[in-house]
Design a protein around this ligand. Structure first.
Ligand code: MGP
Length: 216
């Protein structure tokens, strides 16, 4: 009788608790290793326009990730672009490439630029940016995904912009493929033309727009 009472005791002995804890730890490790790896590690950057600082000093690394789960954890944790103050940017770049013209992997590159009207901030901005992120982390451009360096969203009062940056403005096949797929993924109507400009032209432009090297 005394044994039966002991066996049904609601408080397990210390050894049982330790066993449970070890099992929980093992489960945690299994969950950690069963995350779904991305082909690349990515870095998310944030730019806040503080006029007392240089452009580069306003750029901050937020976080890096290389699994599907960590991408969504980060995406769900941060503000939607449409909630940012004008003058702010997000940039998502492959780990090791800084989101600036000066990086050696951007220097010869350019961008497919999507310019949005003021009305599109409500209708399109957040879903276009999410689709852009999914194109990047999902390597949507096949073999030409290697040409992709990253993407940038500029939240601006005059009209927001989203762009995919690629590494070489002379890589015609890669650029045209990326442009065609990107336009299709965003659901931009065929009659709307998007342009690809080199960073060299953008950095030295005098007017408000640089010359398109390619259109899609
Ligand atoms: P912007 O933030 O890309 O676009 O560039 P915005 O604010 O819409 O302005 P616009 O000129 O396109 O109409 C604004 C300014 O930020 C540029 O003129 C540069 O002075 C600076 N800037 C932007 N980028 C992407 C870079 C960069 O990669 N390197 C450096 N050094 N400056 C940059």
């Amino acid at each position: 009788m005394a044994t039966a009472v002991l066996m049904s005791s609601p408080i397990p002995p210390d050894s049982e608790i330790e066993k449970c804890e070890r099992n929980l730890e093992k489960m945690g490790n299994v969950l950690q290793f069963s995350k779904h790896p991305l082909q690349n590690r990515w870095a998310l950057w944030f730019f806040k326009n503080d006029k007392s600082k240089t452009w580069q000093a306003n750029l901050r690394l937020i976080s890096k990730f290389d699994t599907v789960e960590d991408f969504w954890a980060l995406y769900n944790h941060i503000q939607l672009s449409s909630n940012l103050m004008s003058g702010c940017d997000y940039s998502l770049f492959k780990d090791g490439i800084e989101p600036m013209w000066e990086d050696k992997l951007n220097r010869r590159g350019g961008r497919w630029l999507i310019t949005l009207s003021k009305q599109q901030r409500r209708a399109d901005l957040d879903r276009f940016w999410l689709e852009t992120l999914l194109c990047l982390v999902g390597e949507a451009f096949g073999d030409h995904s290697d040409d992709v360096c990253g993407a940038v969203i500029n939240v601006r009062a005059k009209g927001d912009k989203i762009a995919i940056w690629s590494r070489d403005y002379e890589h015609k096949d890669a650029i045209t493929h990326i442009g065609r797929v990107y336009k299709d993924r965003l659901g931009v109507p065929q009659k709307v033309i998007i342009g690809y400009q080199s960073h060299a032209d953008t950095a030295t432009k005098s007017g408000s727009s640089s010359k398109n090297k390619f259109v899609a």
